[in-house]
Write a protein that binds this ligand. Structure first.
Ligand code: GLA
Length: 739
């Protein structure tokens, strides 16, 4: 005979259901819910917190309460999967937690203690589940934040040592998710400098697939701590069960996907424990980074839109605000400029409708002038030879032209040839007695050291205090960690370096954001080397790649926007031939591609003259008037993938009310004469009609129905055959609701 006690918090989206249960049954169900998804745990008869379900919303807590796991052969354990598996409780898979206890023993057995819920802000609920080891005074809190409207659930763990001696953490994952399906298809991202976020999908077979970084800094240049998982079918854009995941951590990460002997997929994500064992002192708490999850039963398109909605509202700064169009000086001037070069660029920028001028690398260093990348890094004083009138002269000049002024810094790094390296050799990451290996002629400052944290904060703060006219900072980081080692950390805690570096960086960001909450900051690490939701939380945008070639960018931004919001994706028009690939591409193609993200420019604007200049000014006007609001707050619908056969790419952004949209179509290669793409639109309101108008036409129309009105039904089912077929041809259309 079971007795049920039901207590439902609909406003929080959380249901708790208790019953008295027989052996083998659950005693309590804990549901974390969003608008369309449910994540369900149960407490079994043995007080174990076990995973039940994550997927499309299910409103049947009583069924989960009755749900039973079958017995595992050859053991008195059953097949249920712990919510946060430890080593030592019948778990033979990857553990989320592995601890060497104070008495040297290796086992941890977590038992359910209690749960609490709160609502930190409207639309967000937080569930905390308390677990205690059955023998040691060792506690784990599992935190779940549910974002109702966005269908996102984030998860992290807090581990506390209440023993009277330190313990040693060997594994300390943020999240564990055991998914059950027939087959698993993992989409993940790989790349290199100037070629980030390539997309690859593979079927997972038995064994462990690991996506990780051990680079410490610039960790996302080669892989990214994010993925899309489609079950039972390779990922489809508009159908099928799909999970999206991203770890909010800028240091070493490890995402492990283990298909176990029972064909279940165990996803364990968090900080990479590689050489990172952590001594947890008496009374100390260790908080893992947040793992962000979403689910959709309507394919990966909706997974991306959920992450974008969550990202711009909760995962970045100013994600729902219209951003400025930037001219960055890097590809137009590199290290070689004087005041006239820069004021000339500002004149042209203002004329074309640009809103912020950003002075990139090369403006600092006197004893060791920053005239190339081998000297001066660390010496953040204005170079008096290049800029005799100082930064304020440039700032005032920008203002006189109606432009805001931005500046590049790389405060975590130092050239050996710098005053800073001479003054504070102990601040440099190093291994005793070993030669320091440079990358891009530079070394890394040890952000685990609070003095270095102060220094880095002060680079930022004193620049803004001395020059309050600066309204944008590009924060760069151009090397990773090698020969990890800290003169600050004691010998026994050298393995803390990786985590302490990242936490040190975050503590600097925290101080900056406490003082400058809305200030515009770009996240850059040799391009997209720090693209993760841990860093993005403190930034307004990220430099997607040093590769500004429009064809490359179609691929890079396609991958990037599977996970990260287009509004953060800095996307600059550069010169032709492109400096990274030497490829030639028409100005229209370069603009049209850059307009799919956070439009900016990165060239010597003097080089754009005559008709091209008119075209640029016109495209910038169109972007401001029609496209920018849709990139900022609209929904992305991918229509044609550049990875598909056919040689086209197409996507659209639709306003939330479905009143307007922008459609982009790109031809990536020369097509046979008369071969044109048919583009079936998506995301429109099927009851509406829309007027279509081409923008940036540059002399010729690419649609027979330009200016005409069409039913959404026609646009989405019959589709538009567009006159776009030549190599690097493109078209952009605005759709406006007419009824
Ligand atoms: C990195 C950045 C570039 C530029 C240079 C300056 O490579 O990614 O955009 O700022 O540094 O040195």
């Amino acid at each position: 005979m079971k007795t049920y006690l039901k207590c439902i918090f609909y406003s929080l989206g959380i249901t708790l259901l208790f019953c008295t249960a027989a052996v083998g049954q659950n005693t309590k169900v804990i549901e974390v819910k969003t608008k369309s998804t449910s994540l369900v745990y149960a407490v079994d008869h043995n007080k174990r917190l076990v995973f039940q379900y994550y997927g499309k919303a299910v409103d049947a807590p009583d069924s989960f309460l009755r749900q039973q796991a079958y017995p595992k052969p050859d053991t008195n354990r059953d097949f249920s999967y712990e919510a946060y598996p430890t080593f030592g409780l019948g778990n033979v898979n990857e553990p989320a937690l592995a601890v060497i206890n104070a008495d040297g023993s290796l086992n941890t057995e977590l038992a359910f203690e209690g749960t609490e819920t709160k609502s930190p802000q409207p639309g967000v609920s937080e569930t905390v589940i308390h677990l205690n080891d059955r023998i040691c005074k060792f506690n784990v809190e599992l935190h779940f934040k549910a974002y109702w409207a966005e269908d996102v659930i984030t998860q992290w763990a807090v581990i506390t040592n209440n023993e009277n001696q330190p313990v040693n953490l060997r594994r300390f994952a943020s999240s564990f998710l055991p998914i059950k399906a027939e087959t698993y298809y993992l989409t993940h991202f790989y790349g290199s400098w100037a070629g980030e976020m390539n997309v690859t999908e593979e079927k997972l077979e038995n064994g462990i697939k690991v996506i990780e970084s051990k680079k410490g800094v610039r960790t996302t240049q080669t892989e990214n701590p994010s993925f899309i998982l489609s079950v039972n079918t390779p990922a489809l854009e508009n159908a099928g069960d799909c999970y999206g995941g991203a770890l909010a951590w800028s240091g070493n990460y490890r995402l492990a996907f283990q298909v176990d002997e029972w064909k279940r997929l165990n996803i364990t994500t968090g900080i990479n424990p590689f050489l990172s064992s952590w001594t947890l002192k008496v009374g100390e708490r260790f908080t893992t980074p947040e793992m962000i999850y979403t689910f959709s039963s309507q394919g990966r398109g909706q997974v991306s839109r959920n992450l974008h909605d969550w990202g711009r509202k909760y995962g970045m700064v100013g994600g729902t605000k219209l951003h400025d169009i930037v001219l960055n000086s890097w590809e137009g001037a590199y290290f070689t400029f004087n005041e006239n070069t820069l004021t000339g660029m500002m004149d042209d920028a203002a004329e074309m409708g640009i809103e912020t001028f950003v002075l990139d690398d090369g403006w600092f260093g006197n004893k060791y002038p920053r005239n190339n990348d081998d000297a001066g890094l660390g010496d953040w004083q204005t170079n008096t030879q290049k800029l005799p009138d100082g930064l304020d002269y440039l700032i005032d000049y920008a203002h006189s032209k109606g432009l805001k002024f931005g500046l590049w810094i790389e405060p975590e790094m130092v050239n050996p040839e710098s005053e800073l390296a001479g003054k504070h050799p102990d601040w440099i990451v190093q291994s005793p007695g070993r030669e320091k290996i440079t990358w891009r002629n530079q070394l890394l400052l040890d952000l685990s050291n609070p003095k270095v944290q102060d220094f880095v904060y002060n680079v930022f703060d004193s620049l803004l205090t001395t020059h309050p006219g600066i309204e944008y900072i590009k924060w760069d980081a151009n090397r990773h960690v090698e020969q990890a080692g800290s003169t600050w950390l004691p010998t026994s805690e050298q393995t803390h370096f990786w985590v302490d570096y990242t936490k040190g960086l975050y503590s600097v960001y925290e101080r900056i954001r406490a003082r400058y909450p809305d200030f515009v900051m770009q996240d850059c690490a040799s391009g997209g080397g720090r693209l993760d939701y841990g860093a993005l939380k403190y930034h307004n945008e990220f430099w997607t790649s040093d590769n500004t070639d429009p064809l490359s960018r179609i691929f890079i931004q396609y991958g990037t926007n599977l996970i990260y919001p287009p509004v953060g994706t800095a996307s600059h028009v550069s010169t032709s031939p492109n400096h990274q690939t030497q490829r030639m591409a028409p100005l229209k193609f370069r603009f049209d591609v850059a307009m799919t993200g956070r439009l900016g420019m990165e060239l010597q604007p003097k080089d754009i003259q005559g008709k091209d200049r008119d075209f640029a000014a016109d495209a910038i006007r169109n972007y401001k008037q029609y496209v920018r609001p849709l990139i900022t707050n609209g929904d992305l619908y991918r229509l044609k993938s550049p990875y598909d056969e056919g040689g086209w790419a197409s996507q659209m952004y639709v306003s939330k009310e479905k009143a307007s949209a922008v459609l982009f179509v790109f031809s990536l290669e020369p097509h046979l004469r008369g071969v044109f793409p048919t583009i079936k639109l998506n995301g429109l309101d099927t009851t509406k009609t829309y007027q279509i108008e081409e923008i940036n036409p540059n002399g010729r129309s690419r649609f027979w129905g330009d200016g005409q009105t069409f039913k959404a039904d026609y646009l989405m089912n019959a589709g538009l055959e567009l006159y776009v077929g030549g190599q690097y041809e493109s078209a952009v259309f605005i759709l406006k609701e007419t009824n």
